[in-house]
Design a protein around this ligand. Structure first.
Ligand code: VTB
Length: 335
C-alpha cells in the first residue's frame, strides 16, 4: 500500500513557516501594546515608546527567523534598538525583512487619545523598501477599483472625482482622511472645494490608510497627504494583504536626506512608488490596539487579566484574522 503523505510535509517549507509565524507575529505586537498601555495618559511619549520597543525586541528575538529590520526606530546612530539594519530573531529560520512601529501614535498614547497601535510587518528577505525616516507623500484607496484610478500626481479634484464616479456617488459623498497639519492647508482646501468631506486626524496614519479598505465601517474613502515614510511602508504591507491601491513618494528635500536615502539604495529621489514596489514580496502584518481606535480596541486590564485586540493579515491567502486574547499577568512572561 502506498505510504500516505503527511500533509504537514507536503506544504512548501517557507509557506509552512510563514503560517506558523502568523500566530507568532501577533504575540510580538500584543506584548508591545501591553507594555505601552501601562503608560497610557502619563504624558511621556518617550517612556511609552521605549516600553513598546523593549517588549517588541524581546519577543522578536524569540522568533525562528533570520530577520533584518528594514523599517525601524531610526538609523543606527540615533536608535539604540530596532535600528534599521539590526538583525533580529533566533537566526534559525527564513530570511525575512522586518518593519516595526512598536508604538504608532506615541502622542495618542501619551495623551490617552484614540488610535495608538503596536504594529509590525514581516516580508520575504530583500523585498521591503529600505526607507529612511523622512516624510512620504501618500495616496490610498480600498479594494474594488480599477488599477490606476487615483494617482499621487493628479490633483485632489481629479482623484476625488474619479473615485466618486467609480463608486457611483457624487463627490460630496466622498470622505478623505488627511492629517491635521499646517502643511496640508492647500490640500484640505482643494479637497473641500470638490464638495468632499475631510476627516482630520492628529496622528496615526497607518490606521488612517487601512481605514480606506472598509469605507462602510470607517466612513473613509481615500487617504491623502504627507506622513512618515516608515508608516507608509507599513500601510503598504497592510494593503498588499487586504487589497486596495497606494502610492508614495519619499520627501527628500535636502542634500542630507538625499544622501541618507542613497545610502539605503534609493537611486531616484523623486521616484513614485507603487505599494507593490514598497513591499515586493509576500508579507504578514499584525497590529494590536493600545488605545481604542477605529480598527482595534485598546488594551484592557481587569484584575489579573489583560485583554488585547489584534489583527493579523497575510498576503499569500488574503486572510485577515481578528484575535481577542485574554492573558494572565505573569511576570515571568513579561506581562
Ligand atoms: C507621521 C505619521 C504618524 O507621526 O509620521 C507623524 O505618519 C509625524 O508627522 O502616523 P509630524 O512630524 O507632522 O508630526 C504620526 O502621526 C505618529 O507617529
Amino acid at each position: 500500500m502506498a505510504k500516505q503523505a503527511n500533509p504537514a510535509v507536503e506544504v512548501q517549507p517557507d509557506l509552512f513557516i510563514e503560517r506558523i509565524l502568523s500566530m507568532e507575529i501577533a504575540r510580538v505586537t500584543e506584548r508591545a501594546a501591553v507594555s505601552a498601555a501601562r503608560l497610557r495618559g502619563r504624558g511621556d511619549e518617550k517612556a511609552a515608546d521605549q516600553a513598546a520597543v523593549d517588549a517588541m525586541r524581546r519577543e522578536l528575538n524569540k522568533l525562528p527567523i533570520s530577520g533584518t529590520v528594514r523599517i525601524g526606530e531610526g538609523e543606527r546612530d540615533e536608535a539604540p534598538m530596532l535600528f534599521i539594519g539590526e538583525e533580529v530573531g533566533t537566526k534559525k529560520g527564513p530570511l525575512v525583512d522586518i518593519a516595526v512601529d512598536p508604538l504608532e501614535g506615541t502622542t495618542l498614547c501619551a495623551k490617552n487619545m484614540p488610535g495608538s497601535i503596536a504594529v509590525m510587518a514581516m516580508a520575504e528577505g530583500g523585498t521591503l523598501l529600505n526607507a529612511p525616516d523622512v516624510y512620504m507623500d501618500k495616496i490610498a484607496i480600498g479594494p474594488g477599483y480599477s488599477k490606476g484610478l487615483i494617482d499621487l500626481d493628479a490633483s485632489p479634484a481629479d482623484n476625488i472625482n474619479a473615485l466618486a464616479k467609480a463608486k457611483g456617488v457624487k463627490p460630496n459623498e466622498i470622505t478623505a482622511l488627511i492629517m491635521d497639519r499646517p502643511r496640508h492647508a492647500e490640500l484640505i482646501k482643494a479637497t473641500r472645494a470638490t464638495g468632499a468631506s475631510v476627516a482630520l486626524i492628529t496622528d496615526g496614519d497607518v490606521a488612517g490608510v487601512i481605514d480606506t479598505t472598509d469605507p462602510e465601517e470607517t466612513g473613509i474613502d481615500i487617504y491623502l497627504g504627507i506622513g512618515g515614510a516608515p508608516e507608509g511602508v507599513l500601510a503598504a504591507a497592510a494593503l498588499r494583504c487586504i487589497g486596495g491601491q497606494m502610492q508614495g513618494r519619499l520627501i527628500l528635500d535636502t542634500d542630507e536626506k538625499r544622501s541618507r536615502a542613497a545610502k539605503m539604495g534609493v537611486k531616484d529621489p523623486n521616484k513614485k512608488y507603487d505599494m507593490s514596489e514598497m513591499v515586493r514580496g509576500d508579507c504578514l502584518i499584525a497590529a494590536t490596539g493600545v488605545t481604542t481606535g477605529s480598527m482595534l480596541r485598546g488594551v484592557r486590564f481587569k484584575g489579573d487579566r489583560i485583554f488585547t485586540h489584534t489583527v493579523v493579515m497575510r498576503s499569500v491567502t488574503g486572510t485577515t484574522r481578528w484575535i481577542e486574547a485574554e492573558h494572565r499577568q505573569l511576570e515571568k512572561f513579561h506581562l
